[in-house]
Design a protein around this ligand. Structure first.
Ligand SMILES: NC(=O)c1ccc[n+]([C@@H]2O[C@H](COP(=O)([O-])OP(=O)(O)OC[C@H]3O[C@@H](n4cnc5c(N)ncnc54)[C@H](O)[C@@H]3O)[C@@H](O)[C@H]2O)c1
Length: 379
């Protein structure tokens, strides 16, 4: 690296605005500048002292020779094209999900990553939640036994969201349901069968030619594992949930009913008594620990909501205390920054992000083809 601190830009400041103050206090970030087509919104970040400057255009930003990396948080149809432009300008790129909405766009991105030699990270929030860390630990400690099956879910009603969401094929944005299963599998998704279900308002169908409010898919992994994911966006009465369900030979982890609920852990109770049929099981509702200690101290408050108390970090760093997408935002920022400075691939690198995103794109292709098997390409 030419220096030990990075100059970062954040583009798209609605959801993206949540990341600006985190970069701003990161000890390895020298400056964070912002760009949004809405100039007033961008200037409001500078006026509140949350950033170090505002770019006047996307090209103005890309021509900044001092800029090391760009974090894209723009509308879905822009992600792939903008990421290619960032990489071609010689900058590292982080992109919010999904990486792209077509296999061709992923191929073009693969080329840009390869040619530029720069880091690409897909900023998948579910891979840095309290819950994900907890299950990872259950697996590595052996508490779960062998992983036998996984399920992922993402139910969210998108009425009144921006235009580009209207009628979106559910699995094009399947990353929150699919990502944790890929991460925990230590493998990649090789093929998929999926079905679409339900009917939607014809106005919603028109934009993307997608007739389905709900899609459900079974994925086969390279290591032989199978897993299921279900995704709904419209006209499906279910409370919000980005859920992860992992069934092991000794114990299982199940997400709470709604997104704010605590998860359940069920453990089988071993027995030598063969006169009884089946093993007993004990279920507990779990508090999630927060692994804030792996972050630089200025980032700790961002793992919770507004009630961080530096004198009682363990009290305030508990699930239920808020913290964007279950505490994930500061971990994503830290991993992106440190992967660049340490000259290594980020944990959610191009290959992993491409597999998660492409599995969703292929699931929608399968749903349109009435469940036909689709092989997920390697990039
Ligand atoms: N958990 C998650 O990972 C998560 C959560 C929410 C949103 N997202 C993703 O984040 C992205 C943004 O979500 P949002 O709800 O803020 O979207 P939004 O459409 O409400 O806002 C997008 C912002 O980007 C700006 N913008 C639009 N086009 C731009 C361009 N070409 N250049 C610069 N700025 C531009 C807009 O003015 C607006 O401020 C979406 O792609 C969504 O998929 C991910």
């Amino acid at each position: 690296m030419k220096h030990d601190k990075l100059n970062i830009a954040v583009v798209g400041l609605r959801f993206g605005g949540a990341f600006v103050p985190i970069y701003h206090v990161h000890p390895q970030v020298a400056s964070v500048k912002v760009f949004d087509l809405n100039g007033e919104l961008a200037r409001s970040f500078a006026e509140r002292g949350l950033c170090d400057g505002v770019y006047s255009s996307f090209d103005d930003m890309l021509s900044d020779a001092e800029l090391d990396a760009v974090h894209l948080v723009t509308p879905i149809p822009d992600h792939a094209r903008q990421a290619v432009a960032v990489l071609q300008a010689g900058k590292h790129c982080a992109s919010t999900v999904p990486m792209a909405t077509s296999l061709q766009d992923i191929r073009e991105l693969a080329r840009a990553v390869r040619v530029s030699g720069k880091n690409y990270m897909m900023m998948e929030t579910t891979l840095y939640t309290y819950q994900y860390f907890y299950v990872q630990n259950m697996i590595s400690s052996g508490e779960l036994g062998c992983i036998q099956f996984m399920r992922g879910s993402h139910y969210q009603d998108m009425s009144f969201w921006p235009d580009y969401w209207m009628g979106l094929p559910p699995m094009w944005y399947g990353t929150h349901a699919i990502g944790p299963m890929v991460g925990l599998s230590g493998s990649r998704i090789r093929r998929v069968h999926a079905f679409g279900s339900g009917t939607m308002d014809p106005d919603l169908v028109r934009r993307y030619g997608n007739p389905y409010p709900v899609e459900t898919a079974i994925f086969a992994f390279d290591n032989g594992m199978k897993a299921e994911a279900t995704r709904s966006l419209f006209e499906c009465a279910r409370v919000y949930q980005e859920g992860l369900f992992v069934y092991g030979s000794k114990a299982c982890f199940e997400w709470g009913f709604s997104d704010g609920d605590k998860p359940y852990v069920t453990r089988l109770i071993p027995s030598e008594d063969s006169s009884r049929r089946g093993l007993d099981a004990k279920t507990e509702v779990m508090d999630m620990p927060n692994l804030y200690q792996s972050l630089p101290e200025p980032l700790w408050p961002f793992t919770v909501g507004g009630n961080f108390d530096p004198l009682r970090p363990n009290e305030t760093l508990k699930i239920g205390a808020g913290g964007g997408h279950h505490g994930s935002h500061p971990h994503l920022v830290h991993e992106f920054v440190m992967s660049i400075l340490e000259e290594r691939k980020p944990a959610v690198d191009f290959q992993m992000g491409a597999n998660i995103t492409a599995a969703g794109i292929c699931a929608h292709m399968s749903a349109i083809a009435d469940g036909q098997e689709i092989v997920v390409p390697e990039f």
